[in-house]
Design a protein around this ligand. Structure first.
Ligand code: GLN
Length: 483
């Protein structure tokens, strides 16, 4: 049962082959048995899951239908869940029970999803390896000695190990696409403003965006349908109608113009990944796509710009965690300054503190123009590159990551080495564009992803291309040994 995709589950439930309650019990047992190897969950919500499953079964019995009605999922532990710990992977919020549901959580619950638990993540979504969590590192089910990618590594590892069919995740600089690539999943970062950020604990507000992690493009379409839409509670939510994503899957790729940026194939890219990217291009050409070489000349500046902007926003967002209003408070503070200092010093981990310091420095008087303003100008140049490229092509294709998943611990002492691994994903966040990673082969037994980028609000086009690719390849169906 645990091998079923969301689409298969929906059909099975509709045909009364099994109930949501039966399926939920199977998956909860599987999580109890296998997750100790992976550490992909921070909290399990068995009772909630069983009551939601029973309610979904009752709704189906009453004649209701819907692709998500009775579908088991999990939420990355930065989506607020009412009355349930929402830790953001941090000691700071270890004792925090959210007083309300994030819009994404509420929308998916209304659609009938069953929440199995909250997934592990890098602390405050800062990381590319899922090693900065207060709750310990997550392991990659393809090789337990390797990282699953970050920051949504818990969601990715759990879905890849068939503990559940799909999960929510968020992407500030690649945290949906990069773990998808590292664990052989399909992950979609929507257009900025497509999915509400209300109740999603903020890392860098101008970059953060929630989206689906699943095994197939078809399932990403189903989950995104339940997540997307205008939300008056989020001032950056965009009031655009939500198309039927599942209906977009079957379009023909005949004549689709795919741009491959020449800058993507630089010395930093593992040549074996380059070869798999070229293979995916050939596959899409067979389906009728036309390939063009394009250029994104400012790409080389994107990492330094991102690693100024994201920490700057983080330093501001994380100032609310002060030992007074939320979460962790130090023991016996001597005075208010001591309370702030020790609560933050003890509650935040090393990477979060590093980013707060970098961000506060970049925003400080005297340095603001040199760093933050400069980074914002680069951000505009990065966006302009994409706008020019999308005058010529419909989709941009390239690797999701320069290397496959590295060994646990390999980069923990060198944060910049880890930042450099985000080179292909962060540009989409700087520009606010939608991006998708899909499975495209293996290197040394570790999965490799190909990334597709599209113009604003063209999530349907990304899903269409990925679905057609998946109808003609079987990378996404491969299962890690032991799971
Ligand atoms: N690795 C990037 C960072 O640490 C992206 C993280 C994310 O998308 N949440 O900032």
């Amino acid at each position: 049962m645990h091998h079923m995709t969301l689409a298969e589950i929906a059909r099975g439930l509709a045909d009364k082959k099994f109930s949501s309650e039966e399926l939920t019990k199977v998956l909860l047992a599987r999580i109890a048995q296998l997750d100790p190897q992976l550490n992909s969950f921070i909290s399990l919500t068995e009772e909630l899951a069983l009551s939601q499953a029973k309610a979904a079964d009752a709704r189906r019995a009453g004649g209701e239908s819907g692709a998500l009605l009775g579908a088991p999922i999990a939420h990355k532990d930065l989506f607020c869940t009412q009355g349930i710990r929402t830790s953001c992977g941090s000691k700071m919020l270890d004792n925090f029970k959210a007083p309300y549901d994030a819009t994404v959580v509420a929308k998916l619950a209304a659609a009938g999803t069953v929440t199995l638990g909250k997934t592990n993540m890098d602390e405050f979504a800062m990381g590319s390896a899922n090693e900065s969590s207060y709750y310990g590192a997550v392991k990659n089910p393809w090789n337990l000695e390797h990282v699953p990618g970050g920051s949504s590594g818990g969601s990715a590892a759990a879905v890849a190990a068939r503990l559940l069919p799909a999960a929510t995740a968020t992407d500030t600089g690649g945290s949906i696409r990069q773990p998808a690539a590292f664990t052989n999943l399909t992950g979609l970062k929507p257009t900025y403003g497509r999915v509400s950020r209300w109740g999603m604990i903020a890392y860098a507000s101008s970059l953060d965006q929630g989206g689906p992690l699943a095994r197939t493009a078809e399932d990403c379409a189903i989950l995104l349908q339940g997540m997307a839409g205008f939300d008056p509670n989020d001032s950056t939510s965009i009031d655009e109608p939500v198309p039927d994503y599942s209906a977009s899957l079957n379009g023909s790729l005949q004549g689709l113009r795919i741009g491959v940026p020449k800058e993507y194939f630089s010395a930093g890219l593992d040549p074996r990944i380059a070869e798999l990217v070229h293979n995916s291009v050939k596959e899409l050409e067979k389906l009728g796509a036309i390939i063009k070489q394009i250029s994104l000349p400012n790409m080389q500046h994107a990492i330094p710009a991102y690693y100024v902007i994201a920490p700057a926003e983080a330093s501001s967002n994380l100032s609310r965690f002060d030992g007074v209003r939320f979460g962790y408070r130090c023991e016996n503070p001597e005075n208010l300054t001591d309370l702030y200092k020790r609560s933050r010093g003890e509650g935040f981990g090393a990477e979060v503190q590093r980013r707060i310091m970098v961000g506060a420095y970049a925003l400080s008087a005297g340095y603001y123009d040199a760093y933050y303003l400069k980074a914002q100008k680069i951000r505009r140049l990065v966006k302009n590159d994409f706008m020019a490229a999308f005058n010529e092509v419909d989709i941009i294709l390239g690797p999701t990551t320069p290397n496959p998943a590295w060994k646990l611990g390999a980069k923990t002492s060198d944060p910049v080495a880890e930042y450099l691994e985000d080179v292909y994903t962060i540009t989409a966040n700087l520009a606010g564009l939608p991006g998708l990673s899909m499975p495209a082969g293996f290197v040394d037994g570790l999965p490799v992803g190909v990334q597709l980028l599209a113009p604003y609000f063209q999530e349907g086009r990304l899903l269409n291309v990925a679905h057609q690719y998946q109808l003609n390849t079987d990378w996404h169906t491969r299962t890690p040994t032991g799971f």
